[in-house]
Design a protein around this ligand. Structure first.
Ligand SMILES: Cc1cc2nc3c(=O)[nH]c(=O)nc-3n(C[C@H](O)[C@H](O)[C@H](O)COP(=O)(O)O)c2cc1C
Length: 482
């Protein structure tokens, strides 16, 4: 790509995914629950491919939906431009230190603005705006409506500075030209929105409903306050993102985007939004009011592709990418806190990459295991909503739940190996908060030391299984069996 920048073209990446054997076409699914259920069953399979839905019921216009785009090591590593990496552990190690380096390099990658781009191939204006033109799925039976934005990038601007923020916030279709935007209080988009409402000014919004999935991957992680996610994405790409400006708000969006909705959230216009599932697999709250955005322009490519990434009981569409990204950040945090000999970390998908995290260490000294467990539970990137933090020896693969729970079952004395931290960081979004007695979002946390007791390391019973060398020899000789 030239100095003209990268248009975040989804189709270029789909070609890569297809060559990797990571993409499957699905024809004829119904947008009404069937597409969502197929995607949900797919993501629970071993080696689940990305799915490109075409010929969607009621949409003979060739408009499409992509799901499961980030849910494998090969797809995620190709999206992050790290080459093809085939295992979780290798990907987590490859990512070590990179988020910090990307963040440091981001200011050098200001997006470049251009006049034209495929996103302008079709435009709906004013009264012609009709989101029913697009096959937004009803993802799950208990959802409050159709969600056109899940794997999306929501572009907004600050009131009193030039700061453009890009966040992944779910987008519900209310009617042909209105959507609901769910931004949790404190998120950067919500802060910008609050400022506009207090000043009585309309809030500009551009919603990118499909682009290279690197876009929503990065707008879905915590990039620092005041930094634009386009810069961060540019640092990953090694070149700036190429953007065009919306006709109505002037907000920038990728010139190669598939489908963009542009408009304003007006003061006082909030409507019931949701319910919609959450990353941990529950509908934790009732439907509540959220900003309504009046859409004045819709820009889209011929045969546009909506990128879907719905939450659900994990593993779900984006739990794998969250697990990888958070595991890499936890690994860096443990090293920064001075914990030596960490073999690997895994923030399990079953805990939404927050609530059940495991670190494997080579025990070096008395107290090493507790130190690793408490820091895993309490470090900056780990503290919010952490519930169980487990420490295992380096012979255990922290991403393998069978092995982890075998260590918990066989290497712990519950009376002394489970430390309870009281009144730690929780969330109102926690399904358990309903039963908690606290008035603030607090929770207790457990650190489980499932390492062999340090004082009995030498005499601890031997593991009854073939040695690694013997396993390797047998695997090599009996390839057809394994
Ligand atoms: C697929 C996906 C969906 C998400 N949905 C929401 C949402 O509906 N509301 C929300 O506040 N955060 C949601 N998040 C989390 C935010 O995107 C994340 O916290 C991000 O850092 C927000 O951007 P900001 O830091 O610029 O506010 C979602 C993340 C992903 C990956």
């Amino acid at each position: 790509m030239s100095g003209a920048g990268n248009p975040l073209d989804l189709r270029a990446w789909l070609d890569v995914a297809r060559k990797l054997g990571e993409l499957r076409d699905v024809s004829g699914a119904d947008w009404n629950l069937e597409l969502g259920a197929i995607s949900e069953l797919n993501v629970k399979k071993d080696a689940a491919p990305a799915l490109l839905f075409d010929d969607i019921k009621d949409y003979p216009n060739g408009y499409r939906v992509l799901t499961c785009s980030t849910a494998s090591p090969a797809r995620l590593s190709s999206l992050l431009r790290l080459g093809e990496i085939k295992t979780h552990a290798a990907l987590v190690h490859k990512l070590r230190g990179l988020p910090k380096a990307w963040q440091a390099a981001a200011p050098k990658f200001e997006p470049v603005i251009t006049e034209k781009g495929p996103v302008f191939e079709n435009i709906q204006s004013s009264d012609a705006v009709d989101m029913n033109t697009f096959p937004a799925p009803l993802w799950h039976e208990k959802d409050g409506g159709r969600y056109i934005g899940t794997g999306c990038m929501v572009v907004t601007r600050d009131l009193d500075s030039d700061w453009v923020n890009v966040g992944t916030y779910r987008v519900q279709m209310h009617d042909r030209n209105t959507v609901g935007l769910d931004m949790i209080p404190g998120k950067h988009g919500a802060q910008q929105y609050d400022k506009h409402m207090k000043a009585g000014k309309p809030f500009p919004v551009a919603i990118v409903c499909g682009a290279d999935p690197l876009g929503y991957l990065i707008s879905g992680i915590e990039v620092p306050y005041g930094m634009c996610e386009y810069n961060y994405i540019g640092a990953i790409l090694g070149e700036p993102v190429q953007v065009v400006r919306g006709e109505v708000t002037g907000l920038p969006f990728p010139s190669g985007a598939e489908l963009v909705l542009e408009g304003w959230a007006h003061p006082g216009d909030e409507r019931i939004e949701g319910p919609f599932g959450e990353f941990h697999g529950y509908y934790p709250g009732k439907a509540a009011t959220a900003p309504a955005v009046k859409i004045e322009r819709v820009y889209f490519r011929h045969n546009p592709i909506i990128v879907g990434s719905p939450p659900a009981k994990p593993p779900n569409d984006y739990s794998y990418s969250k697990a990888v990204m958070r595991s890499a950040l936890l690994l860096d945090a443990l090293a920064a806190a001075g914990v030596p000999d960490v073999a690997n970390v895994w923030a399990h998908e079953i805990g939404g990459a927050r609530m059940f995290n495991v670190v494997a260490i080579k025990q070096r000294y008395a107290g090493h295991a507790r130190q690793a467990g408490h820091i895993l539970s309490q470090c900056g990137v780990g503290a919010y909503m952490s519930r169980y933090s487990v420490v295992v020896d380096e012979d255990i693969d922290p991403s393998n739940l069978q092995e982890v729970m075998w260590a918990v079952a066989t290497r712990t004395d519950p009376e002394i190996d489970i430390d309870i931290i009281k009144r730690g960081m929780g969330s109102k979004n926690d399904p358990m908060s309903i039963a908690y007695r606290y008035d603030a979002p607090l929770t207790s946390k457990a650190v489980i030391d499932a390492c062999r007791p340090y004082d009995f390391l030498k005499s601890f019973p031997e593991v009854a299984e073939a040695s690694k060398e013997l396993q390797d020899q047998v695997r090599a000789k009996w390839k057809e069996l394994f």
